[in-house]
Design a protein around this ligand. Sequence first.
Ligand SMILES: Cc1cc2nc3c(=O)[nH]c(=O)nc-3n(C[C@H](O)[C@H](O)[C@H](O)COP(=O)(O)OP(=O)(O)OC[C@H]3O[C@@H](n4cnc5c(N)ncnc54)[C@H](O)[C@@H]3O)c2cc1C
Length: 392
Amino acid sequence: MIDFTISDELAALRDEIRAFVTEKVIPYETDPRLTRHGPTEEMRTELVELAREAGLLTFQAPNRFGGREPSHVEQAVLFEAAGWSTLGPVALNCAAPDEGNMFLLSKIANEAQVEEFLVPVIDGRQRSVFAMTEPGGAGSDPNQLSTEAVFDGTDYVINGRKWLITGANGARTWIIMARLAPNEHGPDGPTLFLCDGQTPGIEIERVMNTMDRNYVEGHGVVVFNNLRLPASALLGEPGQALRYAQLRLAPARLTHCMRWLGAASRAQSIAIEHARARTAFGKPLGEHQGVSFMIADNEIALQQCRLAIWWACWTLDGGARGRHESSMVKAYVSEELFKVADRCVQILGGMGISDETPVGMIFSDMRAFRLYDGPTEVHKYAIARQVLRDPK
Ligand SMILES: Cc1cc2nc3c(=O)[nH]c(=O)nc-3n(C[C@H](O)[C@H](O)[C@H](O)COP(=O)(O)OP(=O)(O)OC[C@H]3O[C@@H](n4cnc5c(N)ncnc54)[C@H](O)[C@@H]3O)c2cc1C
């Protein structure tokens, strides 16, 4: 039976996170170190230290790494609180891509890899990347992967070009997806590798100019130029990258939904304040039916999205892989929350597209949410294929 009762303990932690974000993090939203390429590393470090002081850093980590190991439904409550500012997840170390990477590494990295590459990320001392997408290859269809790894029995040599790689600039823990060429030593095909971002052969060509500002150091174009890695750099089993990516994607899609739900709720709260205070044609904006309908539509959408997220999380907590469920919820929530943000901009009038409030930033940051971790159309394609194959 579905039971979404929030325990007193969970409510207390949620309130603590929300108060931390409101009091300590929101003042950074106007810091010049929040650049066109996201928060700088210096700003991230400062924010992380605040969360460490507050005892809230990486609260989602497994117990064995000092975290609180919340269930998926509990995460939904806590990540929404963290998302009240787009910088909240950065401070608390539960932002993408680190959060999804930590999850994946905690599942498939061996003990030596955990010590070298996962523990420093959980501790907030190091950032991580997941390098899959390519300008002409892997994207919506990861089977188009063209970056190649050649194994000679001792080392892997990787060549290829990636883009949209979040946080590439300055990150140390690198998860790289490459197609392992047929070899006499074992299986081939899409494979994950784990290495230090300072390894010779990893070249950051440039950081792309994008619409969003909330990912640390933006999104890089990266070239692997004869990147030579030892056999120990293999992450998991050769040829299994797409299966591991799926393992990461179902929960990672949902944590994106949770964080953006927090940001959209914040935009709604600002729009409501404005609709109460600003007048036009002799009365507050909120008393005009057109505006009140937008506020009501937002309230309905926010609650529907919350319930959809909690439902998918509940299936994961019950042991399901949640691939289909997380696809449905990601497609729905990303479309609905974007409409919420758009209506908030509208209610604010011209101020809505400016930096006078965070609503304009939330709106432009949220546009990308409909693209990453599967564009809406790809999720719909997968959902339709599933129901056509297996009608109820
Ligand atoms: C902000 C942001 C951060 C990102 N961070 C990372 C990262 O850290 N690491 C990484 O590897 N990648 C990252 N990406 C890339 C992301 O994973 C890809 O953008 C996504 O997989 C889509 O691939 P593509 O951009 O190549 O689009 P394409 O594959 O070229 O698709 C373009 C469009 O075609 C349509 N389409 C595709 N397939 C179908 C279909 N089956 N049916 C109908 N329509 C379809 C969709 O409308 C889609 O938007 C990031 C992207 C963004 C926007």
